[in-house]
Design a protein around this ligand. Sequence first.
Ligand SMILES: [Zn+2]
Length: 143
Amino acid sequence: MTDVYDKEKRSAVMARVGSKDTSPEMAVRRMLTRLGARYRLHRKDLPGSPDIVLPGRKLAIFVHGCFWHGHDCARGARVPKANRDYWLAKVARNTARDEKAAAALGAEGWAVETIWECELKDEAGLADRLASRLALTSRDSAP
Ligand SMILES: [Zn+2]
């Protein structure tokens, strides 16, 4: 078991360099699948085009990189020394856009869950959090 997990984690780290569908978002999708949730990806028709959408539960999930979206954690605070103002302004714009998207989604009756990249360091903890989140939202196909 431990070996499989390590291998999976290692390839996730290696794949991070590549396409949009790898790394943190993929890990979250795997967790949702394990929890039996049905989801859709990158709904461009919704405010902020959420990374993962659970239509039956009206739950929108964003998987955010800590730096790019200004998370209040050690990684999020690590601003490059060169062009500091440029990066800070960029992150501020992203944060403002995220807040606007969350408000717009809320106005349309969607619940919004933000998952930060740093939370994936504790996969078990995050899976627990997702499980209780799913328990709180209504099911689309309850028996
Ligand atoms: Zn973070």
